[in-house]
Write a protein that binds this ligand. Sequence first.
Ligand SMILES: C[S@@+](CC[C@H](N)C(=O)[O-])C[C@H]1O[C@@H](n2cnc3c(N)ncnc32)[C@H](O)[C@@H]1O
Length: 269
Amino acid sequence: MTIDPTAFREFEHRGWQEIASRYDSGFANVTSQSVSALLDAARVTKGTRLLDVACGPGYAAAAASARGAIAIGVDFSSEMVEEARGRYPGIECQEGDAEQLSFSDSTFDAVVLNFGMLHLGRPEQAVQEAYRVLRRGGRLAFTVWDTPDKAIGFGIVLSAIQKYGDLSVPIPPGPPFFRFSDPDESKRVLRAAGFIDIAVAHIPQLWRLPLPEALFDVMYNGSVRNAALLRAQRPDVLEAIRREIREAVARHRSELPMPAVLSSGEKGT
Ligand SMILES: C[S@@+](CC[C@H](N)C(=O)[O-])C[C@H]1O[C@@H](n2cnc3c(N)ncnc32)[C@H](O)[C@@H]1O
């Protein structure tokens, strides 16, 4: 499948602009669980100059600031930047692209992406940009979801779509969503960019949903790729998918394992 990174970026950008105000009430409950381990992997302490790339509502930047770091957030969605500014007025948050950062070389001690890599059309480019803006000895750390057999929330949704849905609906193809769930792939990309002292860890997380129907609602209203796939289905098919997801979540008593894979490395030269 040929990926057009520009078309994919536009598709993602449109999606994030639309859902920015709903993101916090959906995914935040689970993405924020990785933040502490992410900041530890990037060695963020008092005085660390940190860049939170694809910062969304700014959870990692805010947690870094609470550790005494000097944190800046950057996100390509102006709506997300507004969310972050509203939520954390004391933290600088700018509009900008992970694949083309506006900062000078060697500006930061740490760069993090919390669940940002899987939304990029050119993730290698973002890793190279992180490398460029890091000082020598600085660390990049990023999280992604584990594979759908382990990140059960995604497993449930994807198998319901596969069972009832039409997967050939026209959505701009992007890089595989679970590409960096594979530790070897993360290590390969980090090594190719020049990172050393590379580590990959699995972070256990649990998504506690208020109701069994909440998983469908979050995916439908608060995601980009999965929402586009769902919205393109016929009404009867969508109803079957919704029922299948609700029943599967109920079987898990609305508590879904959603582990993350955390990769990090140090700028070597
Ligand atoms: C899943 S959210 C993660 C938000 C936040 N980091 C968190 O911990 O929940 C992905 C974020 O990546 C941003 N994003 C996607 N592509 C981007 C790009 N090329 N450059 C900057 N931000 C991007 C989206 O606007 C969105 O805020």
